[in-house]
Design a protein around this ligand. Structure first.
Ligand SMILES: Cc1ncc(COP(=O)(O)O)c(C=O)c1O
Length: 379
């Protein structure tokens, strides 16, 4: 039996043909017509003025922070409940991550705690420069409140929309909040270019500057002239071709992930002690990964017993992100929170959710979990 993966790449004939077109045109370089077209098409889709195609989502976050003016010694507030890349990028510019916990209602950064942490840092004479809000597992953070706080407190807001391409917040698309937003096209994301990312903004000048920095900051001169430190962060034309094919199918890919989410919810509705990541009424999640919380006191199972049972049958599932304030590498960073993400981490598990997951495979996952549940409750 082939293994069932959590969120594998889902590519097909459309992408293959575009990739071969790029190859045959000999634009085999980190620039070319597919890069330009992918940027235009993506900006339209994400509801922003401009987009820069980059080598990864992490590169997009790194350049986003540089363009926000964040530098050595600055404090940057960031959701603790995220993948390490969000926090790592803060350290690349010499700044210090300050981790802020989640609200229960969305698992995203808690706006009240953001305000509290700004006040607490200021009392210590520290002046936070920016906030990176993460759209966790495909659900937008509460941007009305976060935008208001950042405007009032003079913080630059950056949106980490790596998991949220296709999501909405009060009718606005993910990636249209804050001064800059970052997307990822890693192999496990909603659309993929094998590896890649996009930086978006309502300010085309910022995006133009990011393209300049991403191409080794070459000044306009016939020889190689440099006044600024640059990076090699541009996306290959080959990969942009794949990205265009993927983007054209975005709606279907998101719809499929939402279908999985609904099917899991329906199937586990009667299982006491198994609950789902909350979906806030303010928007529409991409349901990038469907996450459950397993309460051992109510159902006798743990997220680890379920994970191991699935693994034994060739099904991949994963614990939810381990919050950054619990990571040894960030042990010296400040943290504001009351244990919300800590508790979710103890109980949270991501289930197979890819857009290529077949109904029969999802049924297998469901049957295994239900079986396990019944075996334990009959003991
Ligand atoms: C929330 C979040 N931020 C950033 C990244 C980094 O993106 P990339 O892997 O493209 O560098 C990812 C995923 O990989 C992510 O899930």
């Amino acid at each position: 039996m082939p293994r069932i993966y959590l969120s594998p790449p889902d590519v097909g004939q459309v992408e293959r043909e575009l990739l071969l077109d790029a190859f045959d045109s000999n634009w085999v370089a980190p620039l070319g017509p597919h890069v330009d077209a992918f940027e235009r098409e993506f900006a339209d889709r994400a509801g922003c003025a401009a987009a820069a195609a980059l080598s990864s989502g992490t590169a997009a976050l790194h350049l986003g922070l540089l363009l926000a003016g964040v530098g050595p010694g600055d404090d940057v507030l960031v959701s603790s409940f995220t993948f390490a890349a969000t926090a790592n990028a803060i350290t690349y510019v010499g700044a210090r991550p300050v981790f802020v916990d989640s609200e229960r209602s969305s698992w995203n950064v808690d706006p009240e705690l953001v305000e509290e942490s700004i006040r607490a840092l200021r009392r210590e004479g520290r002046n936070p420069r920016a906030l990176i809000a993460v759209d966790l597992y495909g659900q937008c953070a509460d941007y009305d409140r976060l935008e208001a706080i950042c405007a009032a407190e003079d913080l630059v807001l950056i949106e980490d929309a790596a998991e949220a391409l296709g999501a909405e917040y009060k009718g606005r698309p993910a990636g249209s909040f804050g001064r800059l937003a970052a997307f990822s096209f890693n192999g496990n994301k909603i659309i993929t270019t094998s590896g890649g990312g996009m930086l978006t903004s309502a300010d085309p000048a910022l995006v133009a500057r990011s393209r300049f920095l991403a191409s080794q900051a070459r000044e306009p001169a016939p020889h190689y002239e440099h006044e600024t430190i640059g990076f090699n962060y541009r996306m290959s034309n080959l990969l942009a071709a794949v990205g265009r094919g993927q983007l054209a199918q975005l709606d279907a890919k998101v719809a499929r992930r939402r279908e999985h989410n609904e099917a899991y919810r329906e199937a586990f509705r009667s299982l006491d002690g198994i609950t789902f990541a909350p979906i806030d009424a303010y928007g529409r999640s991409t349901c990038w990964l469907t996450c459950i919380e397993v309460d051992p006191t109510r159902c006798g199972l743990t997220r680890e017993s379920i994970r191991l049972a699935l693994d034994a049958k060739g099904i991949e599932s994963r614990p939810v992100w381990k919050p950054m304030h619990l990571q040894p590498v960030f042990r010296d960073c400040s943290h504001f929170g009351a244990g919300v993400s800590d508790a979710i981490f103890q109980r949270g598990l991501c289930l197979p959710s890819g857009s290529s997951l077949r109904d029969s495979e999802r049924d297998e996952v469901i049957a295994l979990v239900k079986n396990l549940y019944e075996t334990v409750s009959n003991r």
